[in-house]
Design a protein around this ligand. Sequence first.
Ligand code: PMP
Length: 341
Amino acid sequence: MTNVYNNILELIGNTPMVRLNKITQELPSAVFAKLESMNPGHSTKDRIALHIIENAERKGLLKPGSIIVETTSGNTGFSVAMVSIIKGYKCILSVSDKTKPEKIAYLKALGAEVYVCPANVPAEDPRSYYEVAKSIAARTPGSIYINQYFNELNIDAHYQTTGPEIWEQTEGKITHLFACTGTGGTLSGSAKYLKEKNPDVKIIGVDADGSILKGYFDTGKINKDEIKPYQIEGMGKNLIPGALLFDKVDSFVRVNDEMAAYRTREIAIKEAIMGGYTTGAVTQGLLQYAKEYPFKKEDVVVLIFPDHGSRYISKVYSDEWMAQQGFTHNCVHNYEEVFKT
Ligand code: PMP
């Protein structure tokens, strides 16, 4: 039988790339998006959940019914829950009480046990979602804590899969890779592989306005004044993740909530690709970079589109939400005007 699988986990990875035709038409080079939404859990995080859990299995750390713990309400939680079901483990996620009920329902639908913890306590407080996760893992023999921000297997998952896929899909012609950085795992692991193949491949990280990662890359220092709340979920950070290999990055671009939101909607309208908020962010990052460093005709540019837009229907795809943010352009009908200004 062909194209038939034993279980959903066999569908992880080997995601397709699609050429962007309209949104990048002003650029001379070819631009391809790697669609991580085509993973069965609809995001790039399926790769790290599978890799980290299988690594623990190989080390003999897990038995049937073991507990897998992580601190996230986002894509990683969903992926860990998915892998746990197929492999027969119990998934426990600790999330902040700012998490929307629909997200918690989403995680519970995939069998996760969800602990809701106060958001307004310091990370070291025993009630914080970091400490709750850590203490569950420490108290429970045979459990593992995924710890994606500080787990080098996060980088390794992308070094083993995402990087080689990009190299093969572009037949080694890639010249530039753009990815949003949250934990940094996607960018770092892919970059490590691609730079081994060709040290001239340029690696560009995309950071959020309100995060310290670009500032740290530029100056080597954490500038606390740069920290402010922002809306884009899954990228940017107020600490330096251990999974971000700054020495593999050539530049960072910083994008704001508003432009990333417009771009997300624009990609849906122009390319019929409904991506998450960071899909718009990485595309906005590319277009900002291209103004400063123009591309050549022969360049082959790859963007990582991390997840699917269905998780953002009440956010970036909602005209009401956009208006509440003060993003006042009529997103659906008025793109030409928005992007002229
Ligand atoms: N976009 C989204 C929607 C994400 O959930 C994440 C992961 N936090 C990223 C981008 C960034 O990926 P990474 O953690 O590998 O840097």
